[in-house]
Design a protein around this ligand. Structure first.
Ligand SMILES: CC(C)(COP(=O)(O)OP(=O)(O)OC[C@H]1O[C@@H](n2cnc3c(N)ncnc32)[C@H](O)[C@@H]1OP(=O)(O)O)[C@@H](O)C(=O)NCCC(=O)NCCS
Length: 176
């Protein structure tokens, strides 16, 4: 099975170039991110440090074996949903898979692991945000027990189209 050769581990600095490529593909081609201009490896490094060093939150990658050794094919990180202290029990995830490796359970393996870590961190909720009726992201989150909360209409504009965002919630007390 494909997922047998996937390894999930914490990200490190040497992964950042591959992470940047994965994310820039989504910037160029998709409405999964509302960002419109590709970012540099240095900018991604700064964002990685924001998650891992400043916020002390998990940043994980999925890897597999390529012809020249290990390659990064997806990443996922967790952050507090909002910075204000009252939100301290509510987290949010962000997940991106290399476009050639989608639909092979890589996203499921990453999300499963980040949910485990969120529980270990004593989070009470996780919020998933999917834009533009992203069916795969919606399926992925529902697979792990997230329930649909609401849509915000036309909050994004990309590729000359207005885009909705859908919010999903996983409450760990309800799903234990
Ligand atoms: C959304 C994303 C993270 C999902 O990861 P993935 O590895 O492709 O997903 P998985 O293979 O683990 O499949 C997850 C679910 O989606 C379904 N799915 C996967 N690809 C699909 C496709 N092309 N069409 C329909 N359903 C699909 C799977 O069947 C599975 O559902 P199930 O458990 O009910 O069977 C990935 O496609 C991606 O990176 N997309 C672009 C970025 C993005 O949208 N990120 C999320 C917003 S932050």
């Amino acid at each position: 099975m494909y997922s047998d050769i996937i390894n999930i581990r914490y990200a490190k600095y040497s992964d950042i170039a591959a992470i940047t490529d994965i994310y820039n593909y989504s910037i160029r081609h998709e409405i999964s991110t509302f960002e419109e201009v590709e970012i540099s490896v240095d900018e991604m490094k700064a964002r990685y440090e924001e998650v891992v060093i400043k916020e002390k939150h998990p940043y994980i990658v999925a890897t597999t074996r390529g012809k020249d050794g290990e390659i990064v094919i997806g990443y996922c990180y967790l952050l507090r949903y909002r910075a204000r202290s009252g939100y301290r029990y509510t987290s949010t995830d962000s997940i991106y898979i290399h476009h050639e490796h989608r639909g092979k359970r890589v996203g499921s393996l990453l999300l499963e692991r980040i949910i485990e870590i969120a529980k270990e961190m004593n989070y009470y909720n996780m919020i998933g945000v999917a834009s533009g009726g992203n069916d795969v992201s919606i399926k992925l989150h529902k697979r792990f027990g997230f329930r649909f909360l609401c849509s915000m209409e036309n909050v994004g504009l990309k590729f000359n189209q207005w885009i909705n965002t859908d919010y999903f919630q996983l409450n760990f007390q309800l799903t234990q």
